[in-house]
Design a binder for this molecule. Sequence first.
Ligand SMILES: NC(=O)c1ccc[n+]([C@@H]2O[C@H](COP(=O)([O-])OP(=O)(O)OC[C@H]3O[C@@H](n4cnc5c(N)ncnc54)[C@H](OP(=O)(O)O)[C@@H]3O)[C@@H](O)[C@H]2O)c1
Length: 339
Amino acid sequence: MSYRVAVVGGTGNVGREMLQILAEHDFPAEEVVPLASSRSAGSEVSFGEDKVLKVRALDNFDFKGFDIALFSPGAKVSAVHAPRAAAAGCVVIDNTSQFRMDPEVPLVVPEVNPDAIAGYRKRNIIANPNCSTIQMVVALKPLHDLARIKRVVVATYQSVSGAGKEAMEELFEQTRAIYMNAPVERQKFTKQIAFNCIPHIDVFMPDGSTKEEWKMVAETHKILDPDIAVSATCVRVPVFIGHAEAVNVEFEQPIDEAAATAALRSAPGVSVIDHRADEGYVTQVECVGEDAVFVSRIRKDPTVKHGLSLWVVSDNLRKGAALNAVQIAEHLVKHEFAA
Ligand SMILES: NC(=O)c1ccc[n+]([C@@H]2O[C@H](COP(=O)([O-])OP(=O)(O)OC[C@H]3O[C@@H](n4cnc5c(N)ncnc54)[C@H](OP(=O)(O)O)[C@@H]3O)[C@@H](O)[C@H]2O)c1
């Protein structure tokens, strides 16, 4: 079988990575159409090493006859066009925050809750979680299976690519301005991001947390287990690609470092790089272009009865967004469409 696939937001950070991964994985597509705003209509985007595709405008695009649409055009655009695509019979895999907490829309990380995918039929939409949630739950799942997680305290170090292509340009321009002794201009970020860290991602919530922090709590509950207490502090750092997370995990049952490491080593999607030596751990620049969620610095947290501390790093544009969406599409093709 071969499918017709639309990539909505195909000129963006996530959309371009989706096209790259569809080509890399040799996804069974007879046609792939990148869609974006009318500003980009007629421009070209790469599809794999040697192909280019012409971008079409989303506004009046007819999804009839398309099997799968991978959406990443921002929540407001998805709110309008994802239901339109779904109504035309196309299964939408949406990367934005628009449908994630809708009880009729599955929120899926294939390594963690693949069975939820079958629930897509209610609305013809599947939601891809937030990038910082995805990499955390991939690492937590094997540990939860081993000793039941009670509580997680996480601090994130999130790259600017998580805020879109214009945010990457802002880090570049501010860095250049500082070296050139020119004025530093702000647009996407609330404070200077070059040579700085900003503990503010998305809007503030009434309880003083940010929406990015709330997403890590609510999405972990929906994907992994509603009984896990999660406390998150989300921080934007001056890194172009790759998110890192310092994670403290408290368990119900005893767990030791060796058993945790063994469980992580055999878990799908996880790569353990953990040597207690210089270079024996993964940082953001090394994860770029990689598929894995890297886990390093696995050690006992002696401040609680059963505790571990971890360092979790992943490419936010791949596993944190595009790769996760393509994996869902591959699951659909293999287990749902073929059935
Ligand atoms: N980056 C990440 O790590 C990440 C992870 C998970 C989820 N997400 C979510 O994915 C979405 C996109 O993120 P991104 O980083 O790829 O952003 P981006 O680089 O800014 O790209 C945005 C894309 O949306 C398109 N778009 C904007 N307005 C549109 C409209 N009115 N009609 C049609 N297309 C429109 C843009 O097309 P033009 O080029 O024509 O403007 C572009 O292709 C966001 O909702 C984000 O929260 C991102």
